[in-house]
Design a protein around this ligand. Structure first.
Ligand code: NAD
Ligand code: ZN
Length: 367
């Protein structure tokens, strides 16, 4: 169980869990039944096509039926218009505060559903059934929910913890390899930021994880979630700075995403992967980390088929231009930006003395 804000919820990781969905979700199915109200599910077109039959088969055996709200795949679903349609749909279904809504999909479906549930009837229950590696190791746990607006990503949202998280690693069998690798970047992140032993394990077993070898995959997911839950439990609302550890590689990564227009050219996980290499090398440049450890981080990322050299990204931007993307960061303090850097593999820390002009000079060397 993950304990947060005096409440705790179970995170189940079980290969094949979706086949017995009704069994695993029993505690959250109260209030629905075959003759009465249907169980509300949110999915995107892909997860609906691939997994709605499995879920419905299990529900129907247990005497329930499902009703689906299906969005187009992609970031655009995290928007005001889709949120409005979803909340109207939930109200039409007569959802009450004690009901649960089920989010079957990646981080997009999870973030949208979670936010809709945070505001419907001032907060109804929801259950995360994450179907991407990124959602299984990161977005489904921790309670951040949001949509995107004109001003940027995830700027309208709420903290709203799910009632349960049900993870079936088998569903990753249909995930495109590129999405798998992008999620794997966040797995490496947990090793780099706080768990040298896990990082070493990933160096030896990363290929098996990416190949969806069941035991390796489950271990990677479980270790990642435990790391995230521990950090979030210490700082649920990002007030003490502990939760900021989860942003390793993200400040550099965000600049790369901004430069590529948040497009398919560079997925979030790919940007974070390149960003972690930059954070490691910048740490070495300050003599916080050994050069050999920085290159060890870079090798693990390259070995996973993730970008480790920004010179290969054909960015067409200067270090100054990349650093300018960071200037708008809401964490800026004067000319300095709190930056997550590494002292060791497995030991991240927040540096408060990083000057953006120095970051720009460093990026020019890397480009
Ligand atoms: P996504 O939800 O867009 O899914 C990626 C693609 O994979 C989509 O096309 C989807 O249809 C497809 N897909 C999903 N599961 C599949 C499966 N099992 N088989 C085949 N295809 C499948 O992307 P994502 O990477 O899961 O999530 C990204 C989102 O998560 C972003 O909006 C980001 O802001 C958010 N996020 C939130 C948090 C948080 O704490 N709430 C943390 C990290 C990221
Ligand atoms: Zn991330």
């Amino acid at each position: 169980p993950v304990a947060l804000a005096g409440r705790s919820y179970d995170v189940t990781i079980e290969s094949g869990a979706l086949e017995d969905f009704a069994g695993y979700a029993r505690a959250c199915l109260g209030g629905f039944d075959k003759s009465g109200r249907a169980v509300p599910f949110v999915a995107d077109r892909n997860t609906h096509r691939l997994y709605s039959d499995t879920v419905e088969r299990s529900l129907s055996k247990a005497g329930f039926r499902a009703d689906w709200f299906v969005v187009e795949p992609g970031e655009a679903a995290k928007s005001w218009p889709v949120l409005e349609k979803l909340t109207d749909w939930l109200l039409d279904l007569g959802v009450t505060r004690s009901d649960h809504v089920f989010a079957l999909g990646g981080g997009v479906v999870g973030d949208l559903t979670g936010f809709a549930c945070a505001i419907t009837k001032r907060g109804c229950g929801f259950v995360q059934i994450p179907t991407t590696l990124l959602a299984q190791v990161d977005s489904s746990v921790g309670g951040k929910t949001a949509i995107n607006t004109r001003a940027g990503k995830n700027l309208i949202g709420a903290f709203h913890q799910p009632s349960a998280v049900l993870i079936d690693p088998l569903v990753l069998g249909t995930l495109p390899d590129r999405e798998m690798r992008a999620g794997y970047a966040e797995v490496i992140k947990y090793g780099l930021l706080g768990d040298a032993e896990f990082f070493g394990w990933l160096e030896a077993n990363g290929t098996d994880v990416l190949a969806r070898e069941p035991e390796a995959l489950s271990h990677a997911i479980a270790t990642s979630i435990k790391a995230k839950a521990r950090i979030v439990a210490e700082d649920e609302r990002e007030t003490t700075g502990v939760r900021a550890l989860l942003n390793l590689g993200h400040t550099f990564g965000h600049a790369l995403e901004a430069e590529t227009g948040f497009s398919d050219r560079l997925l979030h996980g790919e940007a974070v992967a390149a960003g972690m290499v930059l954070a490691a090398r910048y740490s070495a440049r300050r003599d916080d980390l050994s050069l050999s450890d920085a290159e060890r981080a870079a090798r693990a990322i390259a070995h996973a088929g993730l970008p480790s050299e920004i010179s290969t990204l054909a960015l067409n931007a200067s270090g100054r231009e990349l650093a300018d993307h960071m200037r708008h960061d809401k964490k800026m303090e004067g000319d300095t930006l709190p930056f997550l850097l590494l002292k060791n593999i497995g030991e991240a820390y927040l540096a408060r003395d990083v000057d953006l002009a120095d970051i720009a000079a460093f990026l020019d060397e890397q480009l």
